[in-house]
Design a protein around this ligand. Structure first.
Ligand SMILES: C[S@@+](CC[C@H](N)C(=O)[O-])C[C@H]1O[C@@H](n2cnc3c(N)ncnc32)[C@H](O)[C@@H]1O
Length: 131
């Protein structure tokens, strides 16, 4: 487990989150914030600063199909569940493409979903619906 940054009582680790979480003490975490891959790298195009650019980010952002994507989300959410305190909380950010899969995985892992917080993004890519 590689320490990426350390100062005062803050440590950032670099690596696979599931491996790192599996080394943490069970029921020791108050709050988790996660920004998992949105699985949007599908070879398409998007608009950035008024220019047409590739939507591809990297391998980690490529969808492996709904079932495998769901299995991935369920794995890391399960690892989160082990370390969260019984009264702990988890916040996950996503897009409309990805967040419902995370929501279903949360429910499968026994979490109660209490709130959705929607961000209004005025500079969203204009080709969202490809029309
Ligand atoms: C939507 S991006 C988050 C970007 C981040 N919020 C930022 O501002 O840089 C998803 C991130 O998850 C990382 N990632 C994908 N699979 C992972 C895994 N198994 N363990 C840890 N990080 C992973 C990717 O490298 C990517 O940086």
């Amino acid at each position: 487990m590689k320490k990426f940054y350390e100062k005062d009582n803050i440590t950032l680790f670099l690596g696979d989150c599931i491996e790192i979480l599996n080394k943490a003490t069970p029921e020791s975490v108050d709050m988790i914030f996660a920004d998992p891959p949105y699985m949007l790298s599908n070879g398409g195009i998007t608009c950035q600063s008024g220019k047409v650019v590739s939507v591809n980010k990297a391998e980690w952002d490529k969808s492996k199909g709904l079932d495998e994507d769901f299995a991935f989300h369920k794995r890391w959410i399960n690892a989160c569940k082990r370390v969260l305190k019984p009264n702990g909380t988890i916040r996950i950010s996503g897009t409309y493409h990805s967040i419902y899969v995370c929501g279903f995985a949360l429910q499968k892992e026994g979490f109660a979903i209490l709130n959705d917080i929607c961000c209004f993004k005025p500079n969203v890519s204009p080709n969202m619906s490809c029309r």
